[in-house]
Design a protein around this ligand. Structure first.
Ligand code: CP
Length: 295
């Protein structure tokens, strides 16, 4: 996505956020449309907020139940999706462990496909809600110093946020153990740090990531205790930044590992703002794909 397309979604999200302040939090934008949530991996925030967003736009919503479906009998992702489209699904929101799964559907089907997280690749709705949250509080993304900490190698949140923040003119830094930072990020213009204390100097935003144990083959670091000592964000470390820093986390948090409980619940933490903004941003995404207003 270009910076103009990202900005268009963020601007649309502002209008959608206003809808959520009304007594009746509903608009008829997707009345008559059928949206399917097709989640092949667990989710709390993304799945719930897409469902709320779809209902606020008045869509008919089908939450596809994987364990009760014919996928367990061997039906493929593509055949399953074709059948859902045959039943009238005009938008499919998909989360899948395979990087590129949404692209396969987008190539093969005429319906709109929204990526709700694919493998270690991308999580665009998360990055858009993160950009929206930072823009809402800081006013502008351009010129901000944004630090992303942790398992950059396996994190689709990092992948999409690096893209989005760079596109909107931020300086992006990453910090973590060398085993978790892919060498190619420097080619994107990202500054790499292996020492968290040095990386925190002068930052406006620090985004902590969960270690993606489900995507690791092991041996990335000696122990969780050691990881937390060198790369966990504590109140002590937060003092290395100025008071205006925003602490972000896409969730789920592993309290006491990448983030101390004190920091997770501190005034600088905007973690629940991110979650709340997820509804408006996902309403905007559904709106732009349904109306074609991006193209
Ligand atoms: N941030 C995020 O994707 O959380 P869930 O896995 O709970 O959806």
């Amino acid at each position: 996505m270009s910076s103009e397309e990202i900005t268009h979604i963020l601007d649309t999200s502002e209008s959608m956020k206003e809808v959520s302040t009304r007594d009746v939090k509903k608009v008829p934008v997707l009345r008559g449309a059928t949206v399917v949530n097709l989640f092949f991996e667990p989710s709390t925030r993304t799945r719930s907020s897409f469902e709320i967003a779809e209902k606020r736009l008045s869509a008919d919503v089908l939450n596809f139940s994987l364990s009760q479906s014919s996928i367990v009998k061997g039906e493929t992702l593509l055949d399953t999706s074709r059948n859902l489209v045959a039943m009238g699904a005009s938008v499919i929101v998909i989360r899948h462990s395979m990087s590129g799964a949404p692209w396969v559907l987008a190539r093969e089907l005429n319906s709109s496909i929204i990526n709700a997280g694919d493998g270690s690749h991308e999580h665009p709705s998360q990055a858009l809600l993160d950009l929206f949250t930072v823009r809402e509080i800081k006013g502008d993304i351009r010129g901000l110093k944004v630090l992303i900490v942790g398992d950059i190698l396996h994190s689709r949140v990092a992948g999409s946020n690096i893209w989005g923040f760079l596109k909107l003119g931020a300086e992006v830094r990453v910090a973590g153990p060398p085993t978790m930072i892919p060498s190619y990020v420097e080619d994107f213009g990202v500054k790499v740090f292996y020492n968290l204390d040095e990386a925190l100097d002068g930052v406006d935003v620090v985004m902590m990531l969960r270690i993606q144990r489900e995507r690791q083959e092991g041996g990335m670091f000696p122990s969780l205790r050691e990881y937390s000592k060198f790369y966990g964000l504590t109140q002590e470390r937060l003092k290395l930044t100025d008071g205006d820093v925003l602490v972000m986390h896409p969730g789920p948090i592993n309290r006491g590992v990448e983030l101390s409980s004190e920091v997770a619940d501190a005034n600088q933490s905007v973690i629940l703002d991110q979650v709340a903004n997820g509804i408006a941003v996902r309403m905007a995404m559904l709106y732009v794909v349904s109306t074609g207003s991006l193209s």
